[in-house]
Design a protein around this ligand. Structure first.
Ligand SMILES: Cc1cc2nc3c(=O)[nH]c(=O)nc-3n(C[C@H](O)[C@H](O)[C@H](O)COP(=O)(O)O)c2cc1C
Length: 356
């Protein structure tokens, strides 16, 4: 029987186990250069016993930044700073992909370092408020990307993916989940387009497909992953009937052959099983859990073949040696929500490993 602690081949890359550190924004890339700091080098290095680390959401361009102090992958300074992170992880025997996150309409001119108005598939503002330096503010109506804007945005992702390889990453994950730009194209309430980038299931999925194709063409399909979250209402997304959209998406992905599909399970398990059947690459599952972070209970999902790998968010944040603790059945440090976003080393690099 395969367990989460067995190695796995990810498109030719041998991973020590099937436990993935899920991407987590930590908003600690202080300074005008928006680069990972020395503390980030320590943070990721501490977590190198993951089979695979996926970094925090990293903007491929200034226009893609929706939160304060998130790192980018669009300058030489950022590439040099990320190189220290990838070196630390590789030296400790780990593997690391960079998550490319363009937040689209989840942003605000006062959060953007250049005062940019957010862009999206259509000029539809999400309901709700965003936290800014001046306190909570209503979201603004985003600018709908025209054909040139779409091409430019894809090109920005390609450039960032090339930068990721230059920085020593083992690959990149395109963020197509959780209500950000790619998800805004996929969902019918945020994509009202009537051109080739909207309309039916294939049209709404086209941005995701073209983006993954362009990144795969640039750095290799074996170095490219995609994260999706069918039915996830984050960011005011409403997908009442996600199945046909995501089945069409996976059909198109099969022609490209990305290394993995990282599925954040928000809809029912039946869709997870269907996507698994139809996707021939590695399936990383961020299992749906209600009222608690994923934990040891989910390990059976590898054993029963539901997924190839499992990603852990909050528990990996709080337990730098999570694979070892999962194997031992605990104990686990408790994640401190107050230090998730921003702050100093507290709640970042000071969670103890079992040995102290
Ligand atoms: C502090 C924090 C930041 C997160 N930032 C991101 C992110 O940048 N990109 C992303 O795809 N998901 C992000 N997530 C979602 C996690 O990747 C994961 O899906 C979520 O925590 C649920 O998994 P869990 O139950 O194991 O914590 C974040 C979660 C947390 C707790």
């Amino acid at each position: 029987m395969t367990t989460a602690f067995d190695p796995i081949d990810l498109a030719g890359l041998r991973l020590a186990n099937r436990i993935v550190m899920a991407p987590m924004t930590r908003s600690r890339a202080y300074g005008p250069g928006l680069s990972p700091t020395e503390a980030a080098v320590a943070y990721y290095g501490q977590r190198a016993s993951a089979g695979l680390i996926i970094t925090e959401g990293t903007q491929p361009s200034p226009a893609g930044q929706g939160y304060p102090d998130t790192p980018g992958l669009h300058s030489a300074e950022q590439v040099a700073a990320w190189r220290k992170v990838t070196d630390a992880v590789h030296t400790a025997g780990g593997r690391i992909f960079a998550q490319l996150m363009h937040t689209g309409r989840i942003g605000h001119p006062s959060v953007s370092p250049h005062g940019l108005v957010p862009v999206s598939a259509s000029p539809v503002a999400p309901q709700g408020r965003i936290y800014t330096a001046d306190g909570p503010r209503e979201y603004v109506v985003p600018v709908a990307l025209d054909e040139d804007g779409i091409r430019r945005t894809i090109a920005d992702h390609v450039a960032a993916a090339r930068n990721a390889i230059r920085a020593g990453f083992d690959g990149v994950e395109v963020h197509g989940a959780n209500g950000y730009l790619v998800h805004q194209f996929l969902a019918p309430n945020s994509n009202l387009r009537t051109d080739a980038w909207g309309g039916d299931h294939e049209g709404r999925g086209r941005f995701a497909v073209e983006l993954v194709r362009a990144v795969a063409d640039a750095i290799g399909a074996d170095r490219t992953g995609l994260r999706i979250s069918p039915g996830n209402p984050l960011g005011d997304i409403d997908e009442p009937d996600p199945d046909p959209t995501y089945l069409a998406l996976v059909r198109a992905l099969e022609e490209i052959g990305p290394a993995y599909l990282h599925l954040t399970e928000s809809a029912d398990r039946a869709l997870t099983l269907e996507l698994r059947k139809r996707f021939s690459g590695v399936l990383i599952l961020n299992a749906r859990t209600v009222g608690r972070p994923s934990g040891p209970e989910e390990l059976t999902l590898i054993e029963d073949g539901t997924a190839d790998m499992l990603s852990y968010g909050a528990l990996f944040l709080a337990n730098p040696d999570l694979p070892r603790r999962l194997r031992a059945g605990g104990p686990f440090n408790t994640p401190d929500r107050a230090t998730f976003y921003g702050g100093d080393e507290r709640g970042y690099t000071d969670y103890p490993a079992l040995d102290g």
